[in-house]
Design a protein around this ligand. Structure first.
Ligand code: ATR
Length: 280
């Protein structure tokens, strides 16, 4: 039976998800429609209900709806609850089961594709919004060392640190104190700063000897931070395209019980990613 899936968010027209899932479905011999549906906080619920009424059984959720998606789920996985954000919806009876595959996707990309050993890395997380919340639990589970969270609005960094529940390992700090925080082995940009304006000022003193820098965005949105990383001596500079492909594979497996191979899709997309403007 043909499957009906979609990604919801705004802006959505540049989303790569329909292309990624079409490639996965071809590879696995599954008949799948995968639409990109423009939705904001005001009409998300109605559009999702309409999607379900027309046979929709699986959905991805992206900016700015991940927290709203969590709120409407009738049940949610442990990792989605810990993140307070959902990027994957699976139809369950009359409701939706929520999951979050972003963190697993990021860790798989960094450790499997980019061969980074995350264990014991002293990590700086820039940002404390939905994207940061989605990936922080998975980084902790992957064995990073101390996690320092800085955010323009300090209360959100405090709230994320509290939610992670590991006060010995997770420390919220002020953006203005960056110069006093010492060196890091992993710096993750989970802010949307480059999409709307400018990157916060980042001192070179943050960069440790074999520091890896990761931007959760890809395309143009990832350029300012990764340019800073390269100019300031980071050993690796990784954008979010691999994470996008890996979180998609993880969602696909949740819906359809088959985990697609990702390297071919990643290779195809990375050839054109530099021309893209949006993150997913
Ligand atoms: P997302 O799902 O992308 O995380 P979000 O929940 O709106 O979206 O979070 C955006 C993140 O980028 C937040 O950490 C935000 O900081 P605030 O919590 O202070 O709003 C951060 N951000 C956005 N624009 C920024 C800027 N110009 N400078 C610094 N941080 C910025």
């Amino acid at each position: 039976m043909r499957k009906h899936h979609a990604v919801f968010g705004t802006p959505i027209s540049h989303s790569l998800s329909p292309r990624i899932h079409a490639a996965f479905a071809r590879q696995c011999g599954i008949e799948l429609d995968y639409l990109a549906i423009e939705a904001d906080a005001g009409d998300f619920r109605a559009k999702l209900d309409d999607f379900a009424a027309h046979g929709g059984t699986g959905a991805n959720v992206t900016l700015p709806l991940k927290e709203a998606a969590f709120a409407l789920c009738s049940e949610a996985s442990e990792r989605a609850r810990r993140a307070g954000a959902v990027n994957t919806l699976v139809r369950a009876g009359d409701g939706w089961h929520g999951d979050n595959t972003d963190g697993a996707g990021l860790v798989r990309d960094l450790t499997g594709r980019h061969m980074l050993d995350l264990r014991a890395r002293r990590t700086l997380l820039l940002g404390a919004g939905g994207a940061a919340r989605g990936i922080a639990p998975a980084l902790l589970e992957a064995g990073i060392g101390e996690l320092t969270i800085v955010n323009r609005t300090p209360e959100r960094a405090d709230a994320l640190a509290d939610a992670l529940g590991e006060p010995g390992r997770v420390h919220p700090r002020y953006l203005g104190d960056l110069a006093a925080l010492g060196e890091f082995d992993l710096i993750v940009n989970a802010t949307s700063a480059a999409r709307g304006g400018q990157l916060p000022a980042l001192p070179r003193s943050l960069v440790g000897r074999r520091c890896a820098a990761v931007d959760l965005s890809y395309g143009e949105a990832a350029i300012p931070f990764l340019a800073w990383a390269r100019a300031n001596g980071c050993h690796d500079a990784v954008d979010g395209l691999g994470m996008l492909v890996e979180q998609a594979a993880e969602s696909f497996a949740l819906w359809l019980g088959t985990r697609p191979e990702t390297d071919g899709v990643y290779a195809e997309l990375s050839g054109r990613a530099a021309a893209l403007v949006t993150a997913d």
